[in-house]
Design a protein around this ligand. Structure first.
Ligand SMILES: NC(=O)c1ccc[n+]([C@@H]2O[C@H](COP(=O)([O-])OP(=O)(O)OC[C@H]3O[C@@H](n4cnc5c(N)ncnc54)[C@H](O)[C@@H]3O)[C@@H](O)[C@H]2O)c1
Length: 327
């Protein structure tokens, strides 16, 4: 079965997905659209397919479409594709508002086509290893510390514009808000403090979360921390046990006092594998071929937006917010 794949937004992450998809014998690139016409042309020349003059032209030529534009355009493009019965892989976030995410969730439920959201970290070795250790009962998560920093909001140029991103939480920390759900289950309530310090939007966050299953977590995020390693880390504390992740590179596990700690080191794997991009693309194509469910669904995308919105609501209102939210 050959799958005709189109691309909308011929930028940096589209290049990553395309390089990986090009290795998949079931994929044929159909067409590429970008608001900057020359980018679509250059992209099509490198990966194959035709440069298209509009998103509709991409839809017409494709069985599946990758939406890799800046954030604010994701929702409408995804809904348009799903309404035409075209499978969608959308980069995160699925939308830049709760109402937008709800509309997209409903469109995905109505459509016969599949939808996958690009929470690539679910396929990253460090997080798969962490989830396995938790499932095996190596650590019963009582309390958790999560950090997800970004070095700057300068590259690409649009990431400091909340009209394009939805706000910093939609752009970067959404990855680990989704990861918190994936590792510890649904969030019951949260409190968020935030301030605008360096950029013209809220750019420093301190969040306290409780999970339905009883664990609680702190989550901190700064948009301007410099790229000091590890800019992303999760520490999980159990009964004299700890799991600690270091970006997408390593997991350290302490099974108990006076015992040797174990280190899982993924640094020698190619970064496209280590960051989960290879498996998320493979699983999307597999789901289309098998007619099954995608591994990260529209509901997962919606729930990550709900967490982002709960943080912004709490920061603005100065109140603890209980989930699920009413739109
Ligand atoms: N999952 C991840 O790890 C990851 C990593 C990087 C980026 N992303 C996400 O991918 C998306 C793209 O990020 P990027 O770094 O590739 O950005 P980029 O600026 O490199 O590329 C975006 C491209 O989209 C084009 N574009 C803008 N508006 C468009 C529209 N309405 N229709 C068609 N094309 C349009 C731009 O001209 C540009 O070529 C963002 O949503 C970002 O959050 C995810």
């Amino acid at each position: 079965m050959e799958i005709r794949v189109g691309i909308i937004g011929a930028g940096s992450i589209a290049g990553t997905h395309a390089r990986i998809l090009a290795q998949n014998k079931r994929v044929r690139f159909s067409s590429v659209f970008d608001v900057v016409r020359e980018r679509a042309g250059a992209f099509a020349e490198t990966i194959g397919g035709q440069a298209a003059g509009s998103p509709e032209a991409v839809f017409e030529a494709s069985d599946a479409v990758y939406i890799t534009t800046p954030n604010a355009a994701h929702q409408d493009l995804a809904i348009a594709a799903l309404e035409r019965g075209i499978h969608v892989f959308s980069e995160k976030p699925m939308a830049t508002s709760l109402n937008g995410a709800r509309a997209l969730l409903e469109a995905a439920e109505r459509s016969r086509a599949l939808y996958q959201i690009g929470h690539n970290r679910r396929f990253a070795d460090v997080y798969k290893c962490t989830r396995r250790l938790l499932k095996e009962g190596a650590v019963a998560a009582y309390s958790v510390h999560i950090k997800m920093n970004r070095g700057e909001l300068k590259k690409p140029h649009w990431v400091a514009d909340p009209k394009k991103t939805g706000g910093f939480l939609y752009e970067t920390p959404i990855h680990l808000l989704d990861m918190a759900r994936w590792l510890f289950g649904d969030v019951d309530s949260l409190t968020c403090l935030a301030r605008s310090n360096v950029y013209h939007e809220l750019d420093d966050f301190s969040i306290l979360m409780t999970f339905v299953d009883g664990a609680h977590a702190t989550f901190t995020s700064s948009a301007h921390a410099s790229w000091l390693f590890p800019f992303e880390r999760i520490e999980i504390f159990g009964d004299h046990t700890t799991i600690e992740t270091m970006e997408m590179d390593k997991v350290r596990y302490s099974p108990g006092n006076e015992q040797e700690s174990l280190m899982y080191d993924f640094t020698q794997k190619h970064w496209e594998n280590r960051w989960g991009y290879v498996e998320e693309n493979q699983r999307f194509i597999d789901a289309i071929v098998s007619g099954g469910q995608t591994p990260v669904t529209a509901l997962d995308g919606y729930k990550s937006i709900e967490l982002v919105e709960a943080c912004y609501r709490s920061a603005r209102q100065g109140e603890r917010i209980t989930l699920p939210l009413t739109p």
